[in-house]
Design a protein around this ligand. Sequence first.
Ligand SMILES: N[C@@H](CCC(=O)N[C@@H](CS)C(=O)NCC(=O)O)C(=O)O
Length: 203
Amino acid sequence: MKLYYSPGSCGLSPAIALREACLAFDLVKVDFATKTTVEGNYLDVNPKGFIPILVLDNGDLITEGAVILQWIADQNPGLNLLPAFGTQERYRALEWLNVIATDLAKGMSTMFQPFFDDAAKNRYAEGFLKGRFAFVEEHLSNNDYVLGNEFSAPDAYLYNVLNWPPRVGIDMSVYPAIERFMRRMEQRPSVQAARAAEGLPPR
Ligand SMILES: N[C@@H](CCC(=O)N[C@@H](CS)C(=O)NCC(=O)O)C(=O)O
């Protein structure tokens, strides 16, 4: 199995989840600027051009971060990386995966786009993103992890995405519960190993 990624972007969460699920995989780095890998043209592998993707040993392709995390969790249900199919808890987890993929990940990606000037980005951060962070802050004030007291796949995604605000000058020290969550996550061997494999500095 191969996970395609680019350092510091949204391939970190499946890399964490794969480790939590005890699944072996190889990493393939994608150069965003040229859409190439050591294998050649990335668009031949994923015409969407985005990472992350998983290529299974049988050649099947799985795209979309929130879906990849569900696939990983379902390989080893006994590890409880997601609640069981059909339970109310499962839908709660899917709500969170969707919030993280849309409001947070795509929300944050706006801040990295060259199409908007700094003033527009600042208005957007004030008018939209900070409200989303406040919602997460409130939740994590009452819960160690997204689904309560135990780690699950949405935590990997939330951790992944919440690494980005400081990179665009958003001060996260005003969200103490988020800060505690980030440090809690960084105690996990899966997170430390995933960061090291991408060449990210230890925290
Ligand atoms: N809908 C995709 C979007 C993934 C996405 O936006 N990936 C970014 C990195 S976090 C990307 O591949 N960007 C490519 C580029 O900027 O050229 C998903 O949720 O997995």
